[in-house]
Design a binder for this molecule. Structure first.
Ligand SMILES: Nc1ncnc2c1ncn2[C@@H]1O[C@H](COP(=O)(O)OP(=O)(O)OP(=O)(O)O)[C@@H](O)[C@H]1O
Length: 320
């Protein structure tokens, strides 16, 4: 069976800019891939690419492949994409209000996904919706079905959005910072629920997050992104036990603490540069405490070894 999702050497363009320059990730059924990195590292662009939404934003795929269950999505066209989106591939975004229609009852919004993608009639769709709402541990599903989004708390709205994502019986879920807007207790509940759903239904999940703590607790594999590239990839346990890239080490070293500014890396000064000002050589070199001459001169290749990969001249096993 082919991998559920395999992105190979993906390069995308926005005019002359290249916000993704060589992204390789894979996720399988029943597995959770964490996509992690600071703001601007290319996590959302990777999600938009897989969802086929780049053209809407003014971007395009320059090269590489996005294999979904063996089919290369970079060449399927918008019509085929419309069937996949919300059906076999579903996206959960950070702010539930962008996914919900404020003037339609939440239950109907879930129904509509099942009606469109599974061709269920209204009655069967309602039954599925109530079941999904109960599965999402939404209290009194029959009553909540008739409410409008503004009548629900943020946490309940996000559960409705996840139920909507599940209503088309997806194989792959992409969750882009699904809990950032919620308070910490609710965040933990939603992440635990996503984890349960993946393991129970055998879905693949790409979980985009800033938070290495969430990755450690929830994910099976992790792809660490910096400046539009995956700098380290592999199984979570192996990477947390022995991170090979200095950027991964920095991220693990600053698992967010209460009160810390979002997006800042304790101990590593500076910010992710914009796509218009990429440094020469390794893109992390201006912030890397260990950079040597070769890091400023050339871009490190990704070295694959026993199921993990790292792009750093200084990593064990890598050569200049
Ligand atoms: N609409 C756009 N047009 C052109 N470039 C963009 C656009 N949106 C983002 N970018 C650029 O693409 C790069 C990657 O951004 P992206 O939003 O994917 O990062 P991210 O890791 O998801 O960050 P965040 O955690 O803030 O969502 C950045 O250099 C950003 O400036």
């Amino acid at each position: 069976m082919p991998a559920l999702l395999k992105v190979e050497d993906l390069h995308i363009g926005f005019g002359p800019l290249e916000p993704l320059s060589g992204v390789d990730i894979a996720v399988d059924r029943g597995r959770i891939l964490g996509l992690v990195g600071e703001s601007g590292s290319g996590k959302s662009m990777t999600a938009m690419s897989v969802m086929g939404l780049l053209p809407l934003m003014g971007g395009r795929i320059k090269s590489g492949r996005i294999l979904f269950d063996g089919t290369d999505l970079t060449s399927i066209g918008e019509k085929a994409y419309r069937n996949l989106r919300g059906g076999r591939i579903a996206l959960i975004t950070q702010n539930p209000m962008t996914s919900l229609d404020p003037v339609v009852k939440v239950g109907r919004q879930i129904d509509q996904v099942a009606e469109i993608h599974l061709k269920l009639d209204r009655r069967a769709a309602r039954e599925k919706t109530i079941g999904l709402m109960a599965r999402m541990r939404i209290p009194s599903p029959e009553m909540t079905y008739d409410l409008f989004p503004h009548q629900l708390s943020g946490g309940l709205r996000q559960r409705i959005v996840i139920a909507m994502a599940l209503a088309g019986d997806p194989d792959l879920l992409i969750a882009d910072e699904p809990t950032t807007a919620l308070d910490v207790t609710v965040q933990a509940q939603i992440i635990a629920l996503l984890h349960e759903l993946v393991k129970e239904k055998g879905l693949g999940l790409v979980l985009i997050t800033h938070d290495m703590g969430v990755v450690a607790q929830t994910c099976d594999e992790v792809a660490v992104m910096y400046c539009g590239k995956v700098v380290e990839y592999g199984q979570v346990d192996a990477i947390f036990d022995a991170p090979r890239h200095p950027y991964t080490r920095a991220l693990i070293g600053c698992i967010p603490q209460p009160g810390m500014a979002q997006g800042s890396l304790a101990g590593i000064p500076g910010m992710v540069p914009p796509a218009s000002a990429m440094p020469a050589g390794c893109r992390f070199n201006p912030r890397c405490p260990q950079a040597i001459d070769v890091c400023r001169a050339s871009s490190p290749p990704s070295v694959v070894d026993a199921g993990r990969s790292v792009a750093c001249f200084l990593a064990e096993g890598a050569s200049a």
